[in-house]
Design a protein around this ligand. Structure first.
Ligand code: AMP
Ligand code: MG
Length: 424
């Protein structure tokens, strides 16, 4: 038996970072930038107003107050998007809207609320003059040219994971397309004579293929592109044909057929078609695992992960081994999950020296995380995964973790902390 770490190291040793592709920025969310991005110009491109108000000179409004406003002559108006050649001189002001470029000569913008504009409405001096009721320091309510990004600056480095704000910054630089590491195409093949495609009427002795769907959803969630290769029966020839349909993929994931049963033929096919190791990994669930590479006729090698068939085991082994492999292919820097310490609300026994990954619902109360088991822990009980947002790690050499003990939890769904809160 090998450890979880050894298995992961071997798998990551096989997968390589993929090539780059140029795409419209909105399609790049969650992908890793493959080029350095420099600013072609200043952002913002000119000094502009942060408020609706009056552009003026600081010295014209020194000492202004509610009781003793400084009256300025209005020489014009600038709306956002307009180019204006207006000039502000001592004693004058330009009515200006948020985002409009600050006119020459002005060094301050006085917000409408700090003037008597409203009170002048309907009088003869409305729009000709305005009384300013505060003195403001130089630069108030002006966004300076280049204050966000200076021309020529390295704005984003290759290797940066693109989140919504990065997509926005790229747009602000006028970059409609960028170069990113492409998403991996991940072939997913279910195996088993009993496994039936979900578009067929259910038959005696058969079960629906859930694995392909949970695994494909995981691929999608982690940024890959799933390619569903259907279900192959436990038959060497048919399985070989099905596997070959996935030879255009960057990685192949199969489920089932890797344990010691009479019909577990995946091993035979894998051994014939490539260079494959069968491991028993010191973990629960998910002990049987196959990993290796298929060799295409043109010599290209495709990494293959043979996951166990039990629905929970296949999802957890995917989470622990396929997710980091996908992240690595996508060029992502940090492959590890953020783990937390939580107080276990159930006792867990560990009888056979494997590392247990227990499905738990984590919630937060009084500033502390609590984790409770999501019901029965059989590896066929897929609904136990729907109620979980984390995996509590029970080390190999720990015989029992008692209720109330702090344990390490691998969080796979931070957005669903409610799961744990509802539980109690
Ligand atoms: P195996 O690893 O092939 O021995 O399968 C272990 C268990 O997982 C068996 O009970 C299978 O029926 C079940 N199983 C295998 N493949 C799937 C699948 N694609 N969807 C749902 N259950 C499956
Ligand atoms: Mg099977």
């Amino acid at each position: 038996m090998i450890s979880v770490e050894e298995a992961l190291d071997k798998i990551l040793g096989f997968v390589e970072i993929l090539g780059r592709e140029d795409k419209p920025i909105l399609d790049c969310l969650g992908q890793v930038l493959a080029e350095d991005v420099y600013a072609p110009f200043d952002v913002p491109p000119q000094d502009n107003s942060a408020m609706d108000g009056y552009a003026a000179q600081t010295k014209s409004i020194v000492g202004a107050s509610y009781e003793h406003p400084k009256v300025l002559r209005i020489v014009g108006e600038i709306a956002a998007g307009c180019v204006s050649d207006l000039t502000v001189e001592p004693g004058t002001a330009v009515r200006i809207m948020t985002g409009a470029f600050v006119p020459y000569g002005a060094d301050v913008v006085v917000p409408f609320e700090e003037t008597d504009e409203v009170d002048r409405k309907g009088t003869s001096v409305y729009s000709a003059e305005v009384g300013v009721r505060v003195g403001l320091p130089d630069g108030s309510n002006i966004r300076r040219r280049g204050e966000d990004i200076a021309k020529g600056e390295l704005v984003m480095k290759a290797g940066r994971l693109l989140r919504p704000a990065h997509i926005g910054v790229l747009a602000s630089l006028g970059k409609g397309t960028v170069s990113v590491i492409r998403r991996p195409l991940v072939g997913i093949l279910a195996t088993g004579n009993e496994v039936l495609e979900i578009d067929k009427p259910i038959l005696p002795g058969r079960i629906y293929n859930s694995n392909s769907y949970s695994l494909a959803a995981q691929v999608l969630m982690y940024g890959g592109i799933p390619k569903l290769l259907g279900v192959a029966p436990d038959d060497v020839e048919q399985l070989t044909v099905a596997v070959r349909h996935g030879f255009d993929c960057d990685m192949l994931v199969t489920s089932g057929g890797v344990s010691l049963g009479d019909y577990d033929v995946v091993k035979q096919v894998l051994a014939a078609e490539g260079d494959v190791s069968f491991w028993t990994v010191r973990m629960k669930p998910g002990k049987p695992l196959a990993f290796g590479t298929f060799k295409r006729d043109d010599g290209k090698k495709i990494p293959h992960l043979g996951l166990p068939g039990n629905p929970v085991s296949s999802m957890i082994t995917f989470e622990l081994f396929a997710r980091p492999a996908i992240f690595k292919m996508m060029g992502r820097g940090s492959l590890a999950r953020l783990n937390i310490t939580a107080i276990l609300e159930d006792s867990i026994k560990n009888s056979d020296g494997r590392r247990i990954f227990a499905r738990v619902a984590v919630g937060k109360r009084d500033g502390k995380y609590f984790a409770s088991l999501t019901g029965q822990q059989g590896s066929g009980i897929l609904t136990s995964m729907t109620r979980a947002n984390g995996l509590a790690v029970i080390p190999e050499d720990t015989k029992e973790v008692k209720r109330g003990t702090a344990v390490e939890v691998i969080m796979f769904d931070w957005d669903d902390l409610e799961i744990g809160e509802k539980n109690k």
